[in-house]
Ligand binder design. Structure first.
Ligand code: G6P
Length: 462
């Protein structure tokens, strides 16, 4: 039976400081996959050290070996903050205005990818299936090939793939994209990102694309490229929703919002999530329907993220200003329309908040998938489900088509959707929720893993 070797920037080992704070979909998603198959998870420990050891430190838990390395402050600065999060992240989220192109950070990115390859290559055994994750590690596959690794390798991109016309603004874009074709399988969150990838390969690399088969061929080498929409661990989430922690949280929300409908947003504090734009939408709702201010309380949970980066500091300031303005203008001595919470919460607590909130507001400007939308759906009361308001620019919108789909740039669109959600009769809420929960239940994280591993040739071992 083939082992699975997962390689990602973050590793969800409890002792790795960085992983505990990662609210993104990646960490939780992989945990379930690895436990089932057994194998190795390699990545950054989340720690900086002045003189990091080249050998990874390892620990074994539940059939899985966790191997991590520390990075030097310069590596963290150039690779993680610099190229990954100030160049690729904004560019891949269509934010050319925020993307910085610096040679030094590009070199840091390449250097850390070499470092990762040096550290992990000796740990890979002959039959292992290798699965690399996300934009931090695009060139890793090529680096491993240069070190003689012949194993089947997959790469999955958790974020959007940008349109060709934006991607060509990246210096050395061809060099970066060519490295992807060293993998056997390249996966995207949705058909839209896949289409942009095909377009780029054809137009910029002159590769032969067979969209129907899902393959890209360049210089005699063929890579499978497909959309594999990521899901949630549905059973785990529903079990978390039964815990005392979840019930207590639901009670806290119910008790403190009596006679008002709670509307919930949960996002890392990232400019891609459209948080200031969301506040504009909420403000527009209060403006247009002043007699309904008393009906709604908006709870926005937004744990800070990547705080060393200027654009993240700016988005936080802007969000705080907007929230403060709305609350200042509309609060009464006994009522505050927006609860803005920077603290992170456990999944169990979140399921409680989702359950008690009759509207889920998920309005990223651009998002690879967005698992909050799926978690919200999964945590609803089947007899009295809430309404999901979802950005049409999230990958999840291609699956959760019964949500109220909105343009997150339009405050009026968001305001109208909030009104429609507040007024939606129970029958319609149930009719919309049922197919969505079915989709979330079926296309879960286990299915996602199985689909990718099947294409990687790992069916026998799964
Ligand atoms: C997104 C990315 C993940 C990342 C997460 C949290 O979901 O796709 O790769 O781990 O954000 O961001 P951070 O920079 O804290 O790892």
């Amino acid at each position: 039976m083939s082992r699975l070797v997962v390689i990602s920037n973050r590793v969800a080992v409890p002792s790795a400081r960085g992983a505990a704070g990662a609210q993104g979909g990646l960490a939780g998603a992989l945990d379930a996959a690895l436990k089932k198959k057994g194998g190795l998870w390699f990545g950054w420990s989340g720690e900086e050290s002045a003189d990091p050891a080249a050998q990874p430190s390892t620990q074994v838990r539940d059939n899985v070996t966790f191997a991590t390395i520390d990075l030097s402050p310069q590596d963290v600065e150039e690779y993680y903050y610099g190229y990954a999060n100030e160049t690729l992240w904004p560019l891949f989220h269509y934010r050319l205005d925020l993307a910085r192109y610096e040679l030094a950070t590009g070199r840091g990115y390449e250097r850390v990818n070499e470092l990762f390859a040096d550290a992990v290559a000796p740990l890979i055994e002959a039959d292992d299936l290798v699965w690399v994750h996300d934009y931090h590690l695009i060139p890793l596959g090529e680096n491993l090939r240069r070190r003689g690794v012949k194993n089947r390798m997959a790469f999955f991109l958790h974020i959007p793939w940008p349109p060709t016309r934006l991607l060509v603004s990246l210096p050395f874009h061809q060099r970066l994209v060519r490295t992807l074709l060293e993998y056997d399988v390249v996966g995207f969150q949705s058909g839209e990102w896949l289409e942009s990838f095909f377009h780029y390969c054809q137009r910029e690399l002159g590769a032969k694309v067979d969209a129907a088969r899902g393959t890209v061929t360049l210089e005699g080498r063929t890579t499978v490229a497909r959309a594999y929409p990521i899901g949630i661990d549905f059973d785990h989430l529903t079990s978390q929703a039964q815990t005392g922690e979840a019930r207590q949280m639901a009670q806290r929300v119910f008790a403190s919002t009596r006679h008002r409908t709670a509307m919930i947003g949960v996002d890392r504090l990232d400019y891609s999530k459209g948080l200031p734009e969301r506040m504009d939408g909420v403000a527009r709702f209060f403006d247009r329907y002043p007699d309904r201010v008393k009906d709604l309380v908006f709870i926005q949970i937004a744990p800070p993220s990547r705080e060393a980066i200027g654009s993240y500091q700016q988005i936080r300031t802007l969000l705080e200003q907007k929230t403060g303005q709305i609350n200042g203008a509309l609060s009464q001595v006994d009522m505050v329309p927006i609860r803005y919470v920077n603290q992170g919460h456990s999944l169990a607590e979140l399921t409680g908040v989702y359950f008690a909130s009759k509207i889920g507001l998920v309005t990223p400007l651009r998002d690879g998938m967005n698992l909050v939308a799926k978690e919200y759906v999964a945590a609803q009361d089947p007899d009295d489900p809430g309404v999901l308001i979802l950005s049409r620019f999230a990958g999840a919108a291609q699956q959760l088509t019964e949500a109220l789909l909105v343009n997150p740039h339009s405050p009026d669109d968001i305001a109208s959707a909030i009104r429609d959600a507040l007024d939606m009769p129970r029958d319609e809420r149930i009719a919309r929720w049922k197919p969505m929960v079915e989709c979330v239940r079926r296309q879960n994280i286990q299915q996602w893993t199985a689909d990718i591993l099947e294409d990687l040739g790992g069916r026998a071992g799964s």
